[in-house]
Design a binder for this molecule. Structure first.
Ligand code: ADP
Length: 402
């Protein structure tokens, strides 16, 4: 059982958490007091929040002041029984209030009815009340409406708190993402230099001494060089991931067909080695940064060439179309396909389904595609049948905020 003092301390800190005290009037709250005063037929209606030493009026009809001391507050009394509505038909006849300056002087609170505003944890934060300067009363219907309106005030307060928390976490997430990105950028930059040194000295060593080395020693150097090369690719990919989609300000009109031709040149060795065929018909012109669309297509096309059964020739088909809101593309291959279980997780950074001996890679390419597409208000997904091939679909929003 909580002591009154502890309950009150917790109640005040709960109230402060809603960040509502001393805020300006808002139409949503004013609408509620307007309806309350109309339905209950009283000149005054208030949303009163009980602070340590005062009551603050978040909304008020028929009253000019924004707060009064707590010691004279009817609402402070009303919240002592959070589950009940407090009705005082004629305060001049009620010993609890007859000498209250709010009764004897302005604003002459003669009739009072207040519904406590109670949150889900049971803390009464204040009340929605109606006031008259003459004796009055409420029928059951009016009481019911006032209680419903009280619940709506509470809903507004909860919504306000949730929106604030959401905005705060969004801000925190943004800061964290920025930190992560700059960490990845700095780390990969700093790692590149010593790695370059290791690679060049290993090479130097190999060139100079391999003649005099026994076979095992040569093998060890080759393994070390292979490891250093893979680390180099990993760092380059990580760096690419950390800056992916950052060129959102370089948006211009791009002919996607031209980008595919560029990518074909870049991948000419792989295309030749696997005898890959790349088909595409007319593709829409889109607005995007050139680097971004090249990165997406290069990753998808190089995967389509790479993830093939030995001896089979990759046939890759790229399509594109325009909708009212997006440009949509697909990249289809006739490769090994993907197990249904992994259709979503392959877009997570470092997720790979094969050993490096089977298919080399870092598991970063699709994460880069997903990040870029996300920056351009789009999505990426894959449909696949194992043994038959995969189709990657992605779209780009036409209305990206730059
Ligand atoms: P990487 O190719 O470097 O491993 P990606 O992020 O590009 O990294 O791809 C992640 C994983 O998704 C790959 O390791 C592979 O298992 C699977 N994958 C990607 N593209 C295809 C494809 N076209 N066909 C089959 N599997 C694919």
């Amino acid at each position: 059982m909580k002591t009154d003092l502890l309950y009150e301390r917790e109640r005040i800190s709960t109230l402060k958490n809603y960040n509502i005290l001393d805020t300006l009037s808002e139409i949503e709250y004013d609408d509620i007091t307007k309806i309350a005063s109309l339905v209950c037929n009283t000149p005054i209606a208030l949303i009163s929040l009980i602070d340590t030493n005062r009551q603050f009026f978040k909304s008020r009809q028929g009253l000019d002041i924004t707060e009064t001391p707590r010691e004279h507050s009817f609402c402070a009394m009303a919240i002592q029984k959070p589950e009940e509505i407090m009705i005082v038909a004629d305060s001049r006849k009620d010993v609890r209030f007859m000498n209250n300056p709010m009764v004897t002087g302005d604003p002459h609170v003669i009739f009072y009815a207040g519904v406590p505003l109670v949150n889900a944890d049971g803390y009464a934060l204040g009340s929605l009340c109606v006031i008259d300067n003459k004796p009055n009363n409420l029928n059951q219907q009016q009481i019911d409406v006032l209680k419903s309106l009280g619940r709506q005030v509470m809903n507004l307060l909860e919504l306000r708190k949730k929106t604030r928390l959401l905005l705060e976490s969004k801000k925190e997430l943004k800061v964290l993402a920025k930190e992560m990105e700059s960490f990845a950028r700095v780390a990969s930059h700093d790692l590149k230099e010593p790695l370059r040194m290791i690679k060049s000295f290993l090479k130097l060593f190999e060139d100079k001494y391999s003649k005099n080395l026994e076979n095992n020693a040569k093998k060890y150097i080759d393994i070390a060089l292979d490891g250093a090369n893979r680390l180099d690719i990993l760092i380059t990919d990580l760096l690419e991931f950390s800056v992916a989609g950052k060129n959102i300000n370089d948006i211009k009109e791009i002919d996607v067909g031209e980008i595919i031709e560029d990518v074909k040149k870049l991948l000419s060795l792989e295309i030749k080695e696997h005898q890959a065929i790349i088909n595409y018909s007319e593709l829409p012109k889109i607005k995007i940064s050139e680097t971004a669309i090249r990165q997406i297509l290069q990753n998808l096309i190089s995967n389509a060439i790479k993830y093939q059964n030995k001896d089979s020739k990759p046939i890759i088909t790229i399509t594109g179309r325009e909708t009212n809101t997006h440009w949509e593309f697909s990249v289809r291959d006739n490769g090994i396909g993907i197990d249904k279980e992994y259709l979503e997780s392959i877009f997570t950074i470092f997720k790979r389904l094969h050993r490096k001996e089977e298919f080399p890679g870092t598991g970063i390419g699709l994460a880069i595609c997903k990040k870029i597409v996300g920056q351009y208000g789009g999505e990426i997904r894959v449909e696949s049948e194992e043994g038959k091939g995969s189709t990657f679909y992605f779209n780009i929003s036409k209305f990206v905020n730059t």
